[in-house]
Design a protein around this ligand. Structure first.
Ligand code: PGA
Length: 257
């Protein structure tokens, strides 16, 4: 990571886990053990029903709250969906967009991802845009082309001054929830390639200020090595973000780097 130019962000992705009472219990447990130094920004992306309470519960320990997805439109007859403005008014600052589970189970394409990125920015949220290849794609040797394509689509028609503040998470599909982490070199290589794509499109000034995270079985043990890569500016963490002690260890690893 490179603290001089960009934020380090450790973000948890709770997915479909934790009720309101479990969120309260998590807050109680993490508060006394949260590192005091504020080197890195810490975010928890929680189920929509918990956003408002989580904003209150985690305020004291400087954990910002995010949502896990949003709809691309700002209102309408879309039963069950929520807009970026609703998320913003609930007090969240971030929203994950295009997570591979959304792409896989809810048919989100690179084009819907782009619309959602615009919706998030419009509402004043920071999008955490997920990109990543499957095992088959990695074995075919098309990882870099695919990632470049995903990044370009996600950012299409986004103004350079807005791109500076977005977050991109490189999450190889084969590493999500599998316990199989990318090596630090693999993570570093793809995160560097993402920055190169941004540099070519938007220039060096924009590219160096974008936070690029690694996600996929990041845990208390491997975090430090992954975060030591110059282009890995943080992590998007699923499983290990459900356990306060493990999540704190990852934050500590980010603070040390
Ligand atoms: P994992 O999930 O850390 O459990 O692999 C990461 C993610 O899906 O964002």
């Amino acid at each position: 990571m490179n603290r001089r130019y960009r934020k380090t962000i450790i973000a948890g992705n709770w997915k479909m886990n934790n009720t309101l009472s479990q969120t309260k219990a998590f807050a109680e447990e993490i508060k006394p053990i949260m590192p005091k130094g504020k080197w890195c920004n810490v975010v928890l992306c929680v189920p929509a029903t918990n956003i408002q309470a989580a904003v209150r519960l985690f305020k004291d320990c400087h954990i910002a709250i995010g949502a896990e997805t949003c709809h691309e439109l700002d209102h309408g007859a879309y039963t069950g969906e929520i807009t970026a403005a609703m998320i913003k008014e609930a007090g969240a600052k971030y929203v994950i967009i295009g997570h591979s589970e959304r792409r896989q189970y809810y048919n989100e394409t690179d084009f819907t991802v782009n619309k959602k990125v615009h919706a998030a920015i419009e509402a004043g949220l920071v999008p955490i845009i997920c990109v990543g290849e499957s095992l088959e794609q990695r074995e075919l040797g098309v990882t870099m082309e695919l990632i470049a394509y995903q990044v370009k689509c996600a950012l299409a028609n986004v103004a350079p001054e807005k791109v500076r503040h977005i977050v991109i998470a490189y999450e190889p599909l084969w590493a999500i929830g599998t316990g199989k982490t990318a090596t630090a070199e693999q993570a570093g290589e793809v995160c560097q390639a993402i920055r190169t794509v941004i540099r070519k499109q938007y220039g060096a000034h924009v590219a160096r200020s974008v936070t690029i995270q690694y996600g996929g079985s990041m845990n208390a043990k491997n975090a430090q090595e992954l975060l030591a890569q110059p282009d890995v500016d943080g992590g998007l963490i699923g499983g290990a973000a459900l356990k306060p002690a493990d999540f704190v260890k990852i934050i500590e690893a980010a603070n040390q780097e």
